[in-house]
Design a protein. Structure first.
Length: 127
């Protein structure tokens, strides 16, 4: 079965009608999370990391690598290092913000219980 990756919107305001093409692309249609279990060596600090299928970043230094377009798909061609730049707290969960040092894209990811809490707090200068 094939799904369309774009459609046209028609806006009518007063006597004016405008058309706008909206393109979702293939990545929009493949948003489903893909669990991918892998171990890795952190490219930033050299720590050996045992993955569990949800591991997104090094639990020691919190750095990541830009490998996904959508979580778990390994479809990003950039492969740049993702620097942890901030965190927020939402419903009691700590959410990291990473910025790719190569292309500049920003992504948010939950922390895990194995993450270095001092490293998390240091992102906002609290230590």
């Amino acid at each position: 079965m094939s799904f369309p990756t774009s459609f046209s919107l028609v806006f009518k305001t007063g006597h004016m009608v405008t058309h706008q093409q909206v393109d979702f692309g293939e990545s929009y249609l493949n948003k489903k999370f893909q669990r991918y279990i892998e171990n890795f060596i952190c490219a930033q600090c050299g720590a050996a990391v045992k993955g569990n299928g949800y591991t997104n970043h090094c639990p020691e230094c919190l750095w990541s690598r830009h490998v996904d377009v959508n979580p778990g798909d390994r479809a990003a061609s950039c492969r740049g290092l993702m620097e942890p730049i901030d965190f927020t707290i939402k419903h009691g969960d700590y959410i990291l913000t990473h910025r790719c040092t190569t292309c500049g894209v920003e992504k948010k990811n939950k922390t895990s219980k194995n993450d270095n809490f001092e490293a998390i707090l240091s992102l906002q200068g609290e230590l």
